[in-house]
Write a protein that binds this ligand. Structure first.
Ligand SMILES: Cc1ncc(COP(=O)(O)O)c(C=O)c1O
Length: 411
């Protein structure tokens, strides 16, 4: 115990100075509280003034092994003297690209191929392009994609069309053609079969969905809803894209959240924990012709690819899927005991992807700020939810200290 150690006044002087520069020079994006990250060890982040925070965000899943992990340090050290750490990875080949592809494909459904890019949004963009490409081969005109209410697929212009989580993100930007269905969380939802009607009435290029909505509020899809998407996409010959940018790479206790639903995608996007973005697709959907997909750094960010490969190895070797399942259960149970306190109305999720819903945005924001001041990091999700998404290496002691802080703030 005693992982979190914070001074009474936050931000400290060094953090305040850095934040002031950023506020002066940069677009003020989605910062939730004044944390300036310096370094870290395990599940603990250290800020620039030496305060220690227990991290239940893992940088939105991008640090699944936490901080200072020996395998990550080893991968970094391996590249330190190399001299060519970043190359044009779609124009020249490198070992890290080959290694990551082998390790990544080993945890995907049989018969998949992949294309590496820089970010989650780019992974989705390319997944969408692969789906459109199939329709172009079929000689079809540009058709709409179907996406869900509450969806978040990125903020680039292409992906934004299929994002639907918050009005501020869409704010009058132009869109690719899109049709919406309701993202159903209960098998009993009257809209559970709406995908069938949608595909009977419209010709579409693809269906895209998250399995657990991230930005949209950590909502878990109902099993029947996910299975209907699969069944109807098959019946109408439409590719199903599942966006696992946030939920993938072991976060839910399985490599991919779709494994909890007994469905498989035709095309998938992932990023964050993999360190690079990836569109993965059934081999028969390969666009074939050279140059349809490319990106300077895709496959060429050698440090990130070496770390991504080390992360896959560590998840396998250290049984971190099991740890995500067990620690996720402990965390969810502890948070469920807090329902009714401090405005908490619901706790949901799978594995180490847990959402806490509040009665109002104001209660959520106030609790988030107080947790920060007590040394526990969480992040907002959706309009009035909070996400707990700690590193996959988290221990029972760390879960319990986080719960203790959450209890003291909420009581
Ligand atoms: C499901 C999902 N798709 C796409 C994205 C976009 O990823 P990035 O922010 O790396 O562009 C995110 C990011 O949060 C995400 O959660």
């Amino acid at each position: 115990m005693g992982f979190a150690k914070v001074a009474a006044n936050l931000p400290g002087p060094k953090a305040a100075e850095i934040i002031a520069v950023l506020k002066r020079n940069c677009y003020d994006s989605t910062f939730s509280y004044p944390l300036v990250i310096d370094g870290g060890q395990g599940c603990v982040i250290r800020d620039s003034d030496g305060n220690q925070f227990l991290d239940f965000t893992s940088n939105i899943g991008a640090c699944p092994l936490g901080y200072g992990h020996p395998d990550v340090i080893h991968a970094l050290a391996g590249m330190a003297q190399n001299g060519a750490h970043k190359i044009a990875g779609q124009d020249f080949y490198c070992r890290e690209h080959a290694d990551l592809s082998e390790k990544f494909l080993s945890v995907l459904p049989e018969g998949f191929k992949t294309f590496f890019v820089n970010s989650g949004a780019e992974a989705v963009e390319n997944a969408v392009k692969i789906a459109y490409r199939k329709r172009m081969k079929d000689g079809m005109p540009v058709l709409p994609g179907v996406s869900c209410t509450g969806a978040f697929h990125g903020r680039t212009l292409g992906t934004l069309s299929f994002t639907f989580s918050k009005p501020v993100q869409k704010a009058g930007f132009p869109e690719l053609p899109v049709l919406r269905i309701k993202f159903c969380k209960e098998d009993s939802d009257p809209e559970i079969d709406s995908i069938g009607r949608m595909l009977e009435q419209n010709k579409v290029a693809f269906v895209i969905s998250e399995v657990i909505q991230g930005e949209g509020g950590y909502s878990v899809a109902s099993k029947k809803f996910m299975q209907n998407l699969r069944k109807q996409a098959d019946a109408h010959g439409v590719p199903l894209i599942l966006d696992e940018v946030q939920s993938g790479m072991g976060r839910t206790g399985k490599w991919w959240a779709f494994e909890h639903y007994d469905v498989k995608p035709d095309i998938m996007s992932t990023a964050k924990a993999l360190q690079v973005g990836a569109a993965a697709f059934r081999s028969d959907l390969d666009p074939g012709q050279q140059g349809v997909l490319s990106s300077t750094w895709g496959g060429g960010s050698r440090i990130d690819m070496a770390i991504g490969a080390a992360i896959i190895d560590a998840i396998k070797r250290d049984k971190l899927l099991y740890n995500a399942h067990v620690m996720g259960g402990r965390l969810k149970k502890g948070l469920q005991d807090l329902i009714g306190k401090g405005g908490v109305i619901d706790v949901r999720g799978i594995g180490l992807m847990v959402g806490i819903e509040f009665d109002t945005k104001e209660s959520r924001d106030a609790v988030l700020a107080r947790m920060f001041r007590k040394g526990l990091l969480l992040l907002p999700a959706g309009q009035k939810a909070m996400r707990a998404i700690p590193p996959l290496i988290i221990t029972a002691e760390e879960v319990d200290e986080g719960l203790e802080i959450a209890t003291s703030v909420l009581s």
